[in-house]
Design a protein around this ligand. Sequence first.
Ligand SMILES: *Cc1c(COP(=O)(O)O)cnc(C)c1O
Length: 404
Amino acid sequence: MNNTDIVGLHKQFVMSTYAPSMPLVRGKGARVWDADGREYLDFLAGIAVCGVGHCHPAVTKAIRQQAAKLVHVSNLYYNENQPQLAQKLVQLAGLEGGKVFFCNSGAEANEALIKLARLWGHDAGRYEVITMRNSFHGRTLATLTATGQDKVQKGFEPLPTGFAYAEFNNLESVRAAITDKTAAILTEAVQGEGGILPATPEFMQGLRKLCDEKNLLLLCDEVQCGIGRTGAWFGFQNYGVAPDAFSLAKGLGNGYPIGAAVAGAKLANLFQPGHHASTFGGTPLACAAALATLEATAAEGCLENAKQMGELFIGLLQKVAKKYKFIQVVRGKGLMVGMVCDRPCKDLEVLLRERGLIALTTNNVIMRFLPPLNVTAGQVRKAARIVKDACAAWQAKLAAAPQA
Ligand SMILES: *Cc1c(COP(=O)(O)O)cnc(C)c1O
């Protein structure tokens, strides 16, 4: 099938929850190809999913071998990969006495955090979770309610109760949202969908202090900023802060679907048989993919590379930003990079794509870049050249249509 065939069939039979750009049929490292053979430099990596690059040989091998051995048995039986992966995650997080619940997506991992918080606060009549404006936590009814953005909630009312909102990076607003019903505070260390906005150290450290002071749980959504993306295994580690539990998904299986809720000692033994479940959670196959992903991430020095390549890319983009008034600021942490524009930047996204670079607009005015963590300096320089070229084209386009 060529590009046109795939698009036609998709439009007829697949619900329009997304507006996809072009069909992609093959990938290798930071490169992908469409059905007509055109090559792209992928600075989105499946939205922070393929951290060690597309079709990483070690991950592909692990999936192949496990697929031929045992795919799924349900959680009514032990499997050899699940506890090894759990141990690895607890160790990487440095959560003494920690334990893991496995599921299949970010929303599901956050649901587990919310259920843990409710169970923990239940006997004291505490169930409320405070989340941040402009956050993103998923699309299930509870997690879209946790998401502090009206646009994901509109049309799906009545929403579940038990959520309150505060301003990200504003400790006083969080303090003001606490009631005698509050059980937990949930935040990203770097807001992803909200616009690649890192928390300030004062905010993250202040939240930890506030939670200790008021006996509340600190929960971190690491679905986007976890697994090396910010140059640390987990985003909160950049702040020297440990949450009581955190969620993972996107980067954990390098594209093989897997989610996890990792809890420290306070919550590790709260769930008992019957409290929570997921048929597909932590299958031998999913855990094999995740174990191989973590191993490749460490073996290839992806954390250090994310830090260095992030700095290089931000530096190069800041040079471009100086030349164009429509770029307000370039910001990020590690290889979560955002270029904040003074207007909607979907046109720029298209101009980038036409020049062979994949990136994604978020929160309407922010061009978001999430390349694989093992991206090379050559690829970063090439991407920056494409951004420069696309900005020149956008400038020309805006000058030709001044009313826009
Ligand atoms: C993508 C994302 C989610 C939702 O993950 P799904 O796998 O799509 O359910 C939750 N939180 C954050 C921070 C995300 O970026």
